[in-house]
Design a protein around this ligand. Structure first.
Ligand code: ATP
Length: 376
């Protein structure tokens, strides 16, 4: 089973020692039925608090939560048909893996034959069939977390809530489990809400990524859109690795048009694209993967500091003459050495321009649009 979720003006305040802390602030959001939605953002941005409100473990200070047409804001957890898996693995140590996975079903009075069928199906998808008769202590951390996931999935919840379920696992186990969680999602078609601070997890697994910033919604979109059209510098920097390069520039007059100028380049700026006028500071964002050495329409000088080979590609970390950090990801850069001077370039269709506060954005396709540009 599954359901859509609607959050409306959701707010959560915590009061401690006379101080009020707003953990979630005016969050309005739709989670489509059967989708995989991931909440991502730095530590303390309100991800877990939102998840706990969905589970019914935390009461909102204001706002509503609906599952489909049903308002669940004031319903206790057991009346919401949600299952939750946490970061810390919670298994019963004295029960076999089979009994652990089936425990929730047993409590609900599901007959043993049905229980076994569901347990075996989940175990097969999670590749722990061989472990069913073992005790949790005999399993690795990754296998234990699979058991916890199995226990949640067999309950056939309307919503499965996963709070950083992989953060205690090593990189290899993480990438394996990532695939298995997606396989389970496809088989069961449950609505999944997943919390992580790891943007790679968010981008690879989700239909929708919800990026939070200090309790507020920064952007909610499918992964590719978040990558291509970040609404603010915060989103552009958080999504993608290495982080987006940001260069300080200024709006300048060039003949009868406005341009984004700085670091030796000038990019024509569409009229009325930004709330910025001639003389205003703006910030140009360009992803490391869209920079090239000795190529591109617009170029600037960088001094190489560190070169990190990562398989076929290398990451070059350097600085412009004014000290701005620049990362470049490309092939054929492994011969570069610290201290080398390189000309780094990009095409404007791959750039973003933000206003001085890093808020409203102009995207590359608008920058590459050659229609008449008038000056402001
Ligand atoms: P992390 O990735 O570190 O788990 P998070 O994004 O999940 O962070 P939350 O756990 O939702 O963040 O916390 C959001 C804010 O609310 C934090 O500043 C946190 O200190 C505060 N907070 C959370 N729970 C409580 C509580 N029970 N009492 C007081 N403050 C709380």
């Amino acid at each position: 089973m599954s359901t859509s979720i609607h959050l409306e003006n959701l707010r959560k305040e915590f009061r401690t020692l006379g101080n009020t802390h707003v953990a979630v602030d005016d969050l309005t959001l739709d989670v489509p039925d059967g989708s995989f939605t991931t909440f991502v953002g730095p530590s303390g941005c309100g991800k877990t608090t939102t998840l706990r409100m969905l589970a019914g473990l935390e009461t909102p200070t204001a706002g509503r939560i609906a599952f489909g047409d049903r308002d669940v804001t004031d319903l206790p957890p057991q009346r919401r048909n949600v299952a939750m898996v946490f970061q810390s693995i919670a298994l019963y140590p004295h029960m076999t893996v089979r009994a652990n996975i089936g425990y929730g079903l047993k409590v609900r009075g599901v007959p043993k034959s049905e229980r076994d069928a569901r347990i075996e199906e989940a175990a097969e998808t999670l590749q722990i069939t061989e472990q069913l008769e073992k005790m949790p202590a005999e399993l690795s951390g990754g296998q234990q977390q699979r058991v916890a996931l199995g226990g949640a999935f067999v309950q056939d919840p309307d919503v499965l809530l996963l709070d950083e379920p992989m953060s205690d696992l090593d990189a290899k186990l993480k990438s394996e489990l990532r695939v298995e969680i997606q396989r389970l999602h496809q088989e069961l078609e449950t609505t999944i809400v997943y919390v992580t601070h790891d943007q790679t997890e968010a981008m690879t697994m989700s239909d929708q990524v919800v990026l939070l910033r200090e309790g507020e919604l920064a952007q909610a979109d499918p992964p590719r859109r978040l990558f291509d059209r970040p609404r603010s510098e915060y989103v552009a920097r958080f999504i993608g690795t290495p982080s987006t390069n940001v260069l300080d520039c200024r709006v300048e007059r060039s003949g009868s048009t406005a341009t984004v100028a700085g670091h030796g380049f000038r990019i024509p700026l569409p009229a009325d694209a930004l709330p910025a006028s001639v003389g205003d500071a703006v910030r140009l964002g360009i992803r490391p993967q869209f920079l090239a050495v000795d190529a591109g329409e617009h170029r600037f000088e960088v001094t190489v500091e560190v070169v990190e080979p990562i398989g076929i590609e290398s990451v070059v970390h350097g600085r412009t003459d004014d000290g701005t950090r620049i990362d470049v990801v490309a092939t054929g850069l492994d011969a570069l050495r610290p201290g080398d001077r390189i000309a780094v370039g990009f095409d404007r269709e791959n750039a973003f321009v933000f206003d001085a506060d890093g808020e409203s954005a102009v995207f590359g396709d608008e920058l590459a649009d050659d229609r008449e540009r008038s000056i402001r």
